[in-house]
Ligand binder design. Structure first.
Ligand SMILES: *Cc1c(COP(=O)(O)O)cnc(C)c1O
Length: 448
């Protein structure tokens, strides 16, 4: 079996995610036969450096020997059991470990099986908390401009990326959208901190006006990943935490993309020294192995649901694969690796190398900004550098970078015209250089 045959069979049966299938008339899907570390290998033996961690999930490389061994062991004992009325060791161990590592004050772990579901859980829990306390007027959510929280209808409603949301608008609950703290829009010479603080004032006004009807504010701490890797200062989170307390509104931190070391700390919230009321985790939670998510919350929230069955206060939400034993095992193995290898310190060095490798991009005539938060680095392409005028989206400049990357054996998958690096933590300095070199060539090609 070679690439061609598998791609052909694929084309007649599979409808791919986030894809205009007609695009595959010009460019076939890339069938992957195996993976090793940061490398993926296709059926013709060609290798691709996975510079985006397979949609931001992979932390310690593909086919990681330690995680593989843990999974093999668990496979012999138990693959799955329902989590209502039953439990298993990996679920308990992982909940204990997560709560130990998470910001202080989070003491309960509710499992689901993907990121969007975790967001749905947090939204429903927040709403239901207020309802259980007799606050029936609290029915709305505040979200940030340019945010992304997943694709299911509730998660889509609290997101703000038009590309994914606009079509389905008639189906979605109405939310209040606050201006984003995204520092791309700061004035020349203005610091990230000053800009993010300034933007916070607008959210504070909204809270002052609407707090009575608001359940929660939902944010992606520090980096709005699907929203073109836009970044902001931790000060925004500190101010937001204080305001949510002051106005009696929950804070939901969606760390599905930024959790587990991506921003330099294990959780992004740590950089602001805050504890959210709900912490949503997925993606890196299993090291990129299996679908799993968790919502961590406080004892205060938990107790509002704890009552006699007939009071009907229970949180009756579930997914079939909630807390899957194999997925929890992968999660535990991934957390082991953080402990074993001093990953966060090593990442600081890798992040520095990524920054160095990408620094020359800033001088490119079609690069408006190179920005970085920890192990996430983004390069924003524009038509006019000075005016920051974007390219017409129909020109699909980012797609040209993607195609060049594949040709050269680097999996880059720009978000529109934003090229970014978000590699597994096992990338080497030489591989960082290769990733940057190929990205640079791609950008040259795409902007001329
Ligand atoms: C990916 C993502 C989600 C959705 O997770 P899925 O597992 O794809 O449903 C939610 N929030 C953020 C911030 C994400 O990056």
């Amino acid at each position: 079996m070679g690439n061609r045959q598998l791609a052909q069979r694929d084309q007649s049966v599979i409808w791919h995610p986030c894809t205009q299938m007609k695009d595959h008339e010009c460019q076939a899907v890339t069938p992957i036969r195996c993976g090793q570390g940061v490398w993926l290998e296709d059926f013709d033996g060609k290798r691709y450096l996975d510079a985006i961690s397979s949609w931001w999930v992979n932390l310690f490389g593909h086919a990681n020997p330690y995680i593989n061994a843990a999974l093999r062991g668990q496979l012999e004992r138990l693959e799955h059991v329902l989590l209502a009325g039953f439990t298993h060791e990996p679920a308990v161990n992982l909940a204990e470990r997560l709560l130990e590592l998470a910001p202080v004050g989070l003491s309960r772990c509710f499992y689901a099986d993907n990121g969007s579901s975790a967001v749905e859980v947090a939204l429903k829990m927040s709403f239901h908390y207020w309802r259980n306390g007799g606050q029936l007027q609290k029915t709305r959510f505040i979200t940030l401009e340019n945010s992304y929280h997943g694709e299911t209808l509730g998660a889509l409603a609290v997101g703000d990326v038009d590309l994914y949301k606009k079509t389905y608008a008639p189906l979605l609950m109405e939310v209040i959208t606050a201006p984003s703290p995204d520092c791309y829009h700061r004035e020349p010479g203005e610091s990230w901190e000053a800009y993010s603080s300034r933007r916070f004032l607008e959210l504070e006004h909204i809270l002052a006006e609407h707090a009575d009807e608001i359940c929660a504010v939902i944010v992606e701490p520090l980096v709005q990943c699907a929203g073109s890797m836009r970044m902001y200062d931790p000060i925004y989170l500190s101010l937001l935490r204080e305001a949510c307390d002051r106005f009696g509104v929950h804070l939901i931190a969606d760390e599905i993309a930024v959790g587990f070391g991506r921003t330099g700390t294990l959780f992004a919230c740590e950089q602001a020294g805050i504890t959210p009321d709900f912490l949503c985790l997925s993606k890196g939670l299993t090291g990129g192995y299996l679908p799993l998510s968790a919502v961590l919350t406080s004892d205060t929230i938990y107790r509002a649901f704890y009552a006699d069955y007939t009071t009907q206060k229970a949180f009756l939400h579930s997914h079939s694969y909630t807390g899957n034993a194999l997925a929890c095992t992968a999660g535990l193995a991934s957390l082991d690796l953080f402990g074993k290898e001093d990953v966060l310190n090593r990442n600081r060095e890798l992040a520095r190398l990524m920054g160095d490798a990408a620094a020359p991009f800033a001088d490119h005539p079609h690069v408006a900004e190179v920005r970085q938060t920890g192990m996430i680095l983004a390069i924003e392409l524009v038509k006019d550098k000075l005016a920051r005028e974007p390219y017409d989206w129909r020109e699909r400049r980012g797609l040209a970078v993607y195609r060049h990357g594949l040709e050269r054996g680097v999996l880059l998958r720009p978000l529109g015209d934003v090229v970014y690096f978000m590699p597994p933590y096992v990338i080497t300095p030489e591989e960082i250089d290769l990733m940057a070199e190929v990205a640079f060539e791609g950008i040259e090609l795409a902007t001329t």
